[in-house]
Design a protein around this ligand. Sequence first.
Ligand code: AMP
Length: 553
Amino acid sequence: MSVYDQRPWLKHYGEGRPREIEVEHPSMLAAFDRTVARFADKPAIVYFDTPISFGELDELTDALAGGLRSEGFAAGDRLAVCLQNVPQFLIAMLATWKAGGIMVSVSPMLKHRELAAQLTDSGARALITFESLWREVARDVVGETEVAIRITTSELDFLDQPPAQLAGSRRDRDPETLDLVELIDAHRGVERRPASPPLTLGDVAFLTYTSGTTGPSKGAMNTHGNVLFTASVYREWFELDEHDVVFALAPLFHITGLIGHLSVATLVGMPVVMNHRFDPDGSLELIERHGATFTIGAITAFIALMNAGSASDRDLTRLTKIASGGAPIAPATLEAWETRFGAYIHNIYGLTETTSPSHWVPLGKRAPVDPDSGALSVGVPVFNTDVRVVGDDGDDLPPGEIGEFVTSGPQVVPGYWNKPEETEHAIPGGALHTGDVGLMDADGWFYLVDRKKDQINVSGYKVWPRDVEDALYGHSAVREVAVVGVPDDYRGETVKAFVSLKPGESATSDELIAFCKQRMAAYKYPRQIEFVDELPKTASGKVLRRELRDRQS
Ligand code: AMP
């Protein structure tokens, strides 16, 4: 029996915590119905300062589901949502399910070719997007796709009073499109509950396109069973209930937002506070004013909050349940947040294909740091989840040895939409080969060393970018950093760091190189430093190392 079969991580869950959990509903929609029955008058959404109750949300989504069906949307059809963090996102999600469909979550940052690819791959029949994005991008590409139902909306809807942050927004509806609010109003009260075959745990809830930090996008099929499970993981792991308030720090279209904001809130009956687009000062204001108790986002978002001009005036004492995932976290950043705001940020790790978390640092625990690599632990496998670290031959490696994480559990998607070969390659027998490389220590904590492909090879010496990034984060002037390998005639590759500095701070390349040289083996320290204002990132906040690498060639 392998050490991984003994689940040595279970001891870290904490006293009185369950070791396994079961989902309690036949679908996410059934979970929503139960929440409406319990909390009809409670806010489900607070958009800037305007609330929408669960009862109202139920009516809005009944009406939109009716409207979609009247336009020809049928059970099993795909509805693509291409929006920022606005109420229409949750409305569209629930209405899609009420009409028996699948929601395709599309990044609002996509350019023409990328959007066309996702709409075509998913075979979406309906699209909901902003008036602005329709004119700028979607209008030009829908003709190449099967999108027949074209609905637009605005960030100015569902507001009592437009906030200052939306001062630049204008209505600009194309008469060729349906307006979301008009469609809802036309079907309000007409059909209380559209008939469709009841959804089951095996039905696909979301198609989520993988970030694209490696290779072309593929649509992961997150089923209702996957989503209910991970929403329940959030609830149990962070002890969330109807008294909590979640601030939507992550983009809703990313798996983190879909599960860690929308799905868990739907399950437990807590409000989601949203503010259209990430804006550090505005976010801090809303977190304080609405007493957010929980949030999750990329560490870059927390760095931006800490560096916001108003940070020192804000009282975030209610915000105690904090998680960050999606990208490596430098231990120094956690310390800086804790010193500033008093709360500990729990590392959480997962992929689109694991429907958000496979690993998490338990509430009340602190992630250890691996003494050899300096990596902060990504936590321990969550309930019902098995993770093995395997070598190139596919065999389990002993604790302490570095290999690929292979994950099995109720959160792993059954596959990619219309891609049986890729599914078989990445998820053979239901076990996800993550492409992430790391180790489990003897105590059951997991550490991610890096993605396989990011490893830098300097004359045969392997350098993990994160190692160098962590060192640079220790320098007081450094705001953000990303390290890549760049071609070098002599060594094959050499280490280059792209650095952005904190406002008002200064540092020279020589200074930073000397700083690293003092702290790491000679082959590791960066030979080149390039200063940038902002690092290129995916919309979910993941630094695009590939883009930085490509700039060099
Ligand atoms: P995505 O599918 O966009 O969620 O990206 C998943 C990838 O993000 C993983 O394969 C990891 O490489 C990376 N990732 C996720 N969580 C973490 C974390 N806590 N620390 C480091 N990398 C992470």
